[in-house]
Design a protein around this ligand. Sequence first.
Ligand code: FAD
Length: 132
Amino acid sequence: MTQTTYGRRKLVLVGNGMAGVGALEQILKLTRSFDISVYGEEPYPNYNRIQLSYMLEGSKQIDEIILNDRSWYRENGIELHTGTRIKCIDTTEKFIYRTARSASFPACTAALRRRGSYGKSQMWPRNTTSKP
Ligand SMILES: Cc1cc2nc3c(=O)[nH]c(=O)nc-3n(C[C@H](O)[C@H](O)[C@H](O)COP(=O)(O)OP(=O)(O)OC[C@H]3O[C@@H](n4cnc5c(N)ncnc54)[C@H](O)[C@@H]3O)c2cc1C
């Protein structure tokens, strides 16, 4: 979480599961002052993983176990990136990295110092002391 240049705080959630989105729901009840982005590796919006067994056995479809459909994200001004695995989070430089070579986190962190090694990234404004 950090401050944007327009005074709104940026909040990035990595992982679009029940716990993370549940936390977002609580945050939204308290404040609307964040610019929120969610990155989830799976292709779906937040679904009830406990009911995954029913989907696997064929008695339910994915639509029936979705907890927050895509319109929920839109209506709450949340930028949703499904099918997007985050490889590294650099809390000092305020970057998250979507693409990276397979590497342990220390190696990945070292590679981050050579900016440009990784293709796509999202940058947080760096004029802040708060960390995401
Ligand atoms: C078949 C099944 C039945 C279950 N039954 C029960 C039950 O009866 N009772 C119970 O209490 N619990 C049950 N559970 C467990 C319960 O589903 C989990 O405890 C709960 O889903 C955990 O939620 P979470 O949000 O912490 O993690 P997850 O559900 O694992 O969500 C994390 C999400 O983050 C994504 N992610 C992770 N890393 C990255 C990354 N680097 N970049 C982008 N995305 C990422 C993952 O793809 C995933 O979508 C069951 C689980 C399963 C699979």
